[in-house]
Design a protein around this ligand. Structure first.
Ligand code: ZJS
Ligand code: ZN
Length: 374
């Protein structure tokens, strides 16, 4: 894998504030970290390092291979200490390229052999947010119930003025391998952690596995209880499921690669925002080449869209890189790309207070970026 700090992204694109709404924690892991952890496990004899190295270093991956890689990543990363480390690094990496608001999603995992429950997995993620040192992280945690003071403290409230700041909110993913009960457990966990920055639920995992009716009760419950929901939708051809997903009217959908004409009509009439992951779709061959990507049609028809990385580590990309790719492929100017980045504020699952702050950040960045906003 190439490194994710991409020299082609250029400075202006890195400087531009960005909103990332579709990033999987374990897919955003630094490849240097993944290799280091794999080497350690190899030395302990738990895995054969050279086998792992081969899978990690492979650049083009089919859908099946991507999910094989995820199983491997989970084998390497899933203990509390490592989850904390990865979370910390992922936040630092996004903040370094001026992502100012990040909705980070992850699948709470249970691993009885190391005493891990879905809840303790999430605690390890929260510790990762707290562990970030070089950036202020506002993760929406309400510490002092009933207090009229700052209900959104950061990891380090003492030094706010000197550091970059990133707003981070969490989405808990339901894996398509899971049962209705397991999905429900994740939603209940999300509800318990609402005060710790969890704002919604995602449905992801291998799209060739699982049935919509298995997840629907948990997703309905999430919606009824005020959690926002985003769905991986149309990653493979599955007309019935796409219809059912759109009729659920989720807060957003991701990918939308295999939608047919009547799906597009429905999507547009419901105005459901789409998380666009260009590099991911090309790498997994869901879309044959970037110039025929549905981004173009959605952008031209002014449908709500937002550019995202999906798995910046696995697909060797960055959000700045996704903006460069869209701008160069579709011939879109900097001002329009800035507007695309800014308009993603409308589709975040975080509250109105955060939206206002983000509007301010974008407005002041416009001056620096020499963008004149009307
Ligand atoms: C192959 C292909 C179409 C990839 C597109 N992208 C994805 N589609 C569906 N689920 C995903 C994708 N990328 C990551 N995930 C989910 O996110 C997990 C990794 O992050 P985490 O462990 O939840 O922190 C994966 O195991 C998988 O369940
Ligand atoms: Zn995804």
């Amino acid at each position: 894998m190439a490194t994710r700090s991409d020299s082609t992204a250029g400075n202006w694109w890195q400087m531009m504030p960005k909103v990332e709404l579709h990033a999987h924690l374990n897919g955003s892991i630094r490849d240097t970290t993944l290799l280091e952890l794999a080497r350690e496990l190899g030395e302990k004899g738990s895995i054969v390092f050279s086998d792992v190295e081969q899978v990690i270093m492979k650049n083009d991956r089919s859908l099946r291979e991507v999910f094989k890689l995820f199983d491997l990543i989970h084998l390497i990363t899933t203990d509390h200490k490592t989850v904390t480390r990865i979370t910390k690094e992922v936040i630092e990496d996004f903040a370094a390229e001026n992502v100012v608001y990040l909705e980070l999603r992850t699948t709470p995992k249970r691993n009885a052999s190391i005493g891990m429950s879905k809840e303790s997995y999430l605690q390890a993620v929260l510790e990762g947010l707290m562990a970030v040192k070089n950036v202020d992280v506002d993760f929406g945690q309400e510490v002092n119930e009933g207090s009229t003071g700052n209900s959104h403290p950061t990891n380090d409230v003492c030094c706010l003025s000197n550091k970059k700041k990133i707003y981070v909110r969490l989405l808990l993913s339901i894996d398509r391998r899971e049962s209705t009960e397991a999905a429900m457990e994740t939603v209940e966990l999300a509800l318990r952690l609402k005060r710790s920055g969890v704002v919604g639920i995602d449905l992801s995992g291998n799209p060739a596995i699982g049935e919509w009716k298995t997840f629907l009760p948990a997703l309905k419950f999430a919606k009824e209880e005020g959690l926002s929901v985003t769905l991986h939708c149309g990653e493979v051809p599955n007309s019935q499921e796409v219809h059912a997903m759109l009729d659920f009217i989720p807060g957003r959908i991701g990918h939308a690669c295999f939608l047919e004409e009547d799906h597009w009509r429905k999507l547009k009439s419901y105005k459901i925002p789409v998380e666009i992951c260009l590099t991911s779709n090309i790498r997994t061959e869901s879309i044959s080449s970037v110039d025929v990507h549905h981004f173009a049609d959605l952008y031209e028809s002014r449908h709500p869209i937002t550019l995202c990385t999906d798995d910046s580590g696995v697909f060797s990309t960055s959000l700045s890189n996704e903006f460069v790719l869209a701008a160069s492929t579709f011939g879109i100017g900097k001002k329009e790309m800035y507007e695309l980045a800014r308009d993603a504020i409308n589709f975040i699952f975080g509250g109105d207070g955060v939206k206002e702050k983000l509007e301010e950040i974008f407005a002041s960045a416009a001056v620096e970026l020499e963008i004149s906003i009307d």
